[in-house]
Each structure stands twice: as C-alpha cells, then as structure tokens.
Design a protein around this ligand. Structure first.
Ligand SMILES: [Zn+2]
Ligand SMILES: [Zn+2]
Length: 314
C-alpha cells in the first residue's frame, strides 16, 4: 500500500460500486414483484460479487517469489507444469545449498532496502558436488537449469518461466500479467481469476444499474425525477461512473480474453513476446480451476496455490 495513486484508485473502485448501489436503491418504491425479483435482486448480487472479487484480487498474493519460498516455487513449477516429481526431488537435492547461499546474501527485509546495492554474488551455480549424482548428470541438469530458470537482476530470486519483476511491488511475480492500480496489486498466477471476475461483474453491474435507473427515472417517473435535485445528482454520478467503468472493463476483458487465448501475459503481449503454446482450455483451467464448474464464476480459490502451501509445510 505504498503507492498513493494505487490507494486513490483502490478507493475510487469502491465509490464506483457504491454509486451504482445507491442509485438503484432510490428506485426501491417500485412495487412490481417481477421488477424487484429479476432486476434489484440480480443487481445486488452482481454488486456483491464485484465487491468480493475486488477484495480478493487486492489482498491475494498474486504469486510473489521471495528467498523463503523460492525452492517451493521451483518444485511447484516442475511438478505442475513438467509433471515431474522426480525432477523436483533431484533439483531439491542438488540445488538446495545454492538457494541457501543466495538467501544468505539477502538482507532480512529486501522490500525496503536499496537492492541495487547488494552484491549479486557468483553467477555460476554452485550445485552440490557431494551428492551421489554423477558429474555428467549434474552437467546435464545444469544446462537444463539455465534454459528454464534465470536469476532476477533486481531481487535475485530464481525465476520460473513467465515470471516478471514488478517495480512497484518490488517482487518477482509468477505469470505477472500487469500491475493494476485499481486493485493496488499485481495481477498474477493466483489472483488473475479474481481480477477477471471483478472486471466481469463490474461491467455487468454498471450496465444493469444504468438500465434500471434510466428506465425508472427517465421513462417511468420523469416528472418526479426532474423536480428532485437529489435524484438528478444521484443519477448523474451513477451514469457517468457507469459509462467510464463499462468502457474500461470492456477493454480489460477483451485483453484478458486475448492473453488467455494466446497463452501470454499482458507484459509479453506489449513486448511482442510469445512465451508458451498451451491450448486455450489449458490456460483457462490454470486461471479458473481444473475443470469447468459453477465455481468459475465465484471469487473462491480453485487455483494451484494450495500445492505451494502444502509443499512449504513439508
Ligand atoms: Zn525480481
Ligand atoms: Zn506489482
């Protein structure tokens, strides 16, 4: 929460949702049952889901890599993406001392330090030559290591493919899509679903609220509306906010669809880089959960994050 713009936009997101909720609330004296059931109820549900999705997108760790979880992250990558538990164990055996050596070069709180001052150490990998693995095998692993993983020049963690360093969060983030000031957080591997759901429910909610208020104030009760300064202000703020958010979220959703379809992040897209070539379905499953279910539409955790947490405890 260090960026002021982030904090301002974070609060503005809630004010935008609130302006929709308040404007719809003023249409409450309509007593047609179907109206109440199909519009108001649906709208409030959408607003609630947008709110929860925003909270979760903001406060969920997007997949930051630090020196404490670095080895777990690598194991997670090897077992999840390469389906190789054995390889993860081999790496763990051979490279653990290397990770510990890197960790020792880091100050306790790298976030607040000037990390450019820190000695990046020996770039050659000091793998464990005392292990029982033959030298030829170690050389082969080392070559494989260098093609898969690289060390971040800013925070010195070992990155898995598709990781980017966020200069605002001062961390490397797995599958970092972009840093979003509206949620004051990075969008990455573990909160992309919440971010997409926020954009989706915000888009639906703002469109629906605009329909409800315009129909109610302009078509049904124009005379009452035009004689009330309060209603005119409430409606004007609502419709203006809604238009901005509808346009903004439509573009965000289009970008998210594109990046998932082409298996890339927004950063890769801007850099013109094609990273991997998984199918649309595989990437969808990664973002939303392992198989299609109604949970895809709810801001609940169905991601791979539990796998990292589980390994950390071992
Ligand atoms: Zn980094
Ligand atoms: Zn960030």
């Amino acid at each position: 929460m260090k960026q002021y713009l982030g904090i301002i936009l974070f609060i503005l997101s809630y004010l935008a949702i609130a302006s929709q909720v308040i404007a719809v609330y003023f249409t409450w004296d309509e007593d047609i049952l179907t109206y109440i059931l199909f519009h108001k109820l649906f709208f409030y549900l959408t607003a609630f889901l947008a709110f929860v999705s925003h909270i979760r997108a903001s406060f969920t760790n997007p997949g930051r890599i630090n020196h404490d979880n670095n080895m777990s992250v690598l194991e997670f990558y090897l077992t999840t993406y390469k389906s190789s538990r054995e390889k993860a164990d081999e790496y763990n055996n051979v490279y653990r001392s290397y990770f510990q050596a890197i960790k020792r070069t880091m100050p306790p709180d790298q976030g607040d330090s000037d990390i450019s001052e820190i000695d990046s150490g020996d770039e050659n990998i000091n793998y464990n030559r005392n292990s029982e693995i033959p030298d030829a095998k170690l050389e082969e692993m080392n070559k494989e290591w260098k093609t898969n993983f690289e060390r971040c020049k800013k925070c010195f963690v070992i990155r898995i493919p598709n990781t980017h360093h966020c200069s605002k969060c001062r961390h490397c983030v797995m599958k970092m899509d972009h840093h979003c000031p509206w949620i004051n957080n990075c969008v990455g591997l573990f909160n992309q679903k919440y971010f997409i759901l926020f954009c989706y429910y915000c888009f639906i909610g703002c469109s629906h609220a605009s329909f409800i208020t315009t129909y109610y104030f302009i078509i049904l009760h124009q005379d009452i509306f035009l004689n009330s300064a309060l209603l005119i202000s409430v409606y004007s703020i609502q419709i203006l906010t809604a238009i901005i958010f509808i346009i903004f979220n439509a573009f965000m959703l289009k970008d998210q669809f594109f990046t998932i379809k082409h298996d890339m992040t927004l950063i890769d897209y801007k850099q013109g880089k094609i990273v991997q070539s998984r199918s649309f379905q595989e990437v969808l499953f990664e973002v939303f959960g392992e198989s299609f279910s109604p949970f895809w539409f709810l801001p609940v955790d169905r991601s791979n994050r539990k796998k990292i947490k589980r390994r950390k405890r071992n």
